[in-house]
Structures are given as structure tokens and as C-alpha cells.
Design a protein around this ligand. Sequence first.
Ligand SMILES: CC(=O)SCCNC(=O)CCNC(=O)[C@H](O)C(C)(C)COP(=O)(O)OP(=O)(O)OC[C@H]1O[C@@H](n2cnc3c(N)ncnc32)[C@H](O)[C@@H]1OP(=O)(O)O
Length: 407
Amino acid sequence: MTIVFRATQPDELRRAAVVVTTALMGSPPSDDDWNERGQASWEEMPSYTAWDDDRCVGHVGHFLVETVVPGGTRLGTGAVSRVGVLPTYRRRGIAKGLMHELVADADRRGLPLMSLRASEATIYERFGFGLAGEFCGIELIPRQAAPIRGAATDGSMRLLRPDEIVDVLPDLYDRVAFGRPGVITRPASWYRRLFKDAIEGSKASFVAVHTNADGIDDGYIHYENEWDDGHADGPTGKGEVYDAYGATPATELALWQYLCDVDLVTRWKATERPIDDLVRTACHDTRAYRVRSVDDEQWLRLVDVDIALAARTYSPADGEVAIRVTDPLLPRNDGTFVVSAGGVRRDDTAEADIVTDIVGLSAAYLGGTSWFAVTATGRASTGDPASVALADTLFRTTPGPFCGTFF
Ligand SMILES: CC(=O)SCCNC(=O)CCNC(=O)[C@H](O)C(C)(C)COP(=O)(O)OP(=O)(O)OC[C@H]1O[C@@H](n2cnc3c(N)ncnc32)[C@H](O)[C@@H]1OP(=O)(O)O
């Protein structure tokens, strides 16, 4: 059997979609789904397919987005998605061949980063991805949580009409959502998917916008609520929070104060919140905020180490640390990078304080995984624990990384 890997052609997209939905145990797109949204979202994604003769058997692709890195610069990113191989073709190196094509594609396009959400956490390190950020699932009991400390009190909230959402949100998201490293830009075409129920009015799904005292929209919250008839204390309201972005911490907290004031809801949940969520600290009673789960969120791969390291800022610290990196897939990245508060220089002759592979560097890059953890777990080595402490000071970011968008 000879498997051929090649860039997916426009007339092959629907067959690729069937392969991916089969692999991910979903339903293949209906004609309506495909015509309405599906085809367009596949067309905007550069992708590769694997072929056994004329049978499509595997697919990988990446959306072209930007990721905020520490300091606020946005770097071009291949947001990897729709990875799937037919059950009858697994464990023969097909995903490997496709991922190698995709990494090379990102490199050719000049994307300094690749990023993904993994179906299983054991798959992607072999392609250079490191776990760069986690999220937590939480529950919030509004009556216990309020008042939310630090919430802005001089603004106002308004609910968007369903027909306003696609017009208002892209610009608002771009203005207010980039407060953390790891946040990504959202292509305009994603809004109909991300806000489907609020746009169609098919559920009690809402977007509420915060307007500050100067009359400027500076935050929004996307949430749903419903009756919970199965609650032990009798019927009560419950709700789920999706996006909650404010241009300032005070605005973000005002969004949560708003949720606490929504009548009838006795319990909010959110499946994706930052690990260092300010909301927890802001609750009148911090036990009103319960962490229910912690999971891997953002897997990152540095495609161009020179550009990526130069693009981020570093925290104040005395001294410099030399990090030697190896990258079997992209040997151009092999080298020694000397990092200080002032920036980075490449000096392949420098004596290394820390030696790691591209996985270790990618994990530590956004400041979400410590060099201490990378070293202690064998992904990096050092003869000098003080260098590891210095690297952690330099790479630390506050607030920590969070993406918040599933793709
Ligand atoms: C970003 C996203 O889209 S996440 C969604 C990923 N897709 C899915 O989970 C759908 C269901 N699964 C699948 O379609 C396939 O099993 C895939 C895509 C995960 C793997 O495809 P395969 O063609 O079987 O992988 P392939 O044979 O190339 O394996 C490459 C390596 O990954 C390893 N590997 C593959 N799948 C897994 C897994 N699920 N868990 C752990 N290791 C795995 C293989 O052992 C192999 O290791 P090696 O290089 O050290 O020998």
C-alpha cells in the first residue's frame, strides 16, 4: 500500500470533511450544513490529505490566525484542527506524514507559531508541540459570590439583539480580548459558529455588552441559562458562561457582577476559565467559586525560534541565561539563544545554561509552564539550578496565558 500526501484541492474538501467527521465520531455534514457554513470554513483552511489510490484516508489543516505573545505582539499562527485518519488506516504513520507536511507548510508561510487543542494529550509532543497553557472548569454560586470586588460600577450593560451580534462582536473582541498571552484572533467566519445559538435564538443564549462611563463599549459576556428541574432543592435556574472579556480587569469583573445579578440563576458554570482567574479572588466569598476540573488548553509549537523569542518581552531580572534548543523537524531552529530582560541574541558558540528540545521551549514560551517543571520532568537539563530560577523570572507573565477559543 502506498500512501500519498498532498495539499487538498478545492473539489476534495467534502471528502476530507467526511474522513474527519468519521475519525472524530461525528456526523458527516448534511447538504444544508455544507452549503451554509461548512464549505467556506474548509476553504479558508490550508490543509493536507492522505490518499490510498483514490480513497481519501486522512486530513490535517490549519486556520491562519495570530496569537498574542507576552508584551502584546501578535504572531502569525497555524491553528491546527481537523486532524483525522480513518479507523481502518490508523497506526501506519499517516498522521505523522500529514503533520510533517503541515509543519513544513507553516514554515513556508512564515508563521512563527503553530497551536492546537488536542483530543488526547499524548499525541503532539512528537511533532514539537509543548503544553503552554491550561484552563479550568468552574462553578460559581452567585449569591455567595456577590458583591464582586473591584468591579466597575460606573458603566452599563445592554443585551445585543441576535441580528447585531455578527456586526458588533468582531470589532469588540479585537479591541478588548487581548489582555493575556495566548489569546488568538478570530477570523470573521468563526462568529456564526461560536455564537450560533445566540444568533439563531434557538436557546436562551445571550450576548451582553458593557459600556463604560465615556460611552465606549469595552467588554462583553456570552452566556446561556435554562431551568434545572432536576435540582435537589426543586426547580431553579442554571447558566453557562462562554466568553467574558473586558478591556480592563474592572470591566471584566463588572461582567461577573452582572451575572450575579441575573435573577433566578442559582449556579453558573464555565468550562474554560484561566487558571489564574481574577474572578475567584474577586468573590466576596472565594468558596463561591469552585474549580471542578483542570485540563490542557493550548499546545504550542515554535516554528521560527528566532522570530518568536525576539517578539516577546521578558520580565526584569539581573543576568542572562543561555538556552540551547534542538528541533529535529526544523533544524534551522537548532542553536543557543541568550535571553535577558533586554531581549534575545542568538549565539551558537555560547555555553548553554539550559539544554532543551523544541517541546520544552514551546511549553515555556508563553510563561504558562515553568522552566522548573520543564527541567524537573526531564524535558530540559541544566547544571545550574540558579539558571532555571533566572529563566523563570524572565519568562514569567502576569496574567498568565489563556486562549479561550476552541478551534
Ligand atoms: C488538533 C486536533 O484536531 S485533535 C483531533 C485528533 N483526531 C482524533 O483524535 C480522531 C481520532 N484519531 C485519529 O484519527 C488518529 O488515531 C490520529 C489522527 C490521532 C492518529 O493517526 P495515525 O495515523 O494512527 O497516527 P500515526 O500512525 O501517524 O502515529 C504517529 C505516532 O503517534 C502515535 N499515536 C497515534 N495516535 C495516538 C494516540 N491516540 N495516542 C497516543 N499516541 C498516538 C503513534 O504511536 C506514533 O508514534 P511513533 O511515531 O512514536 O511511532
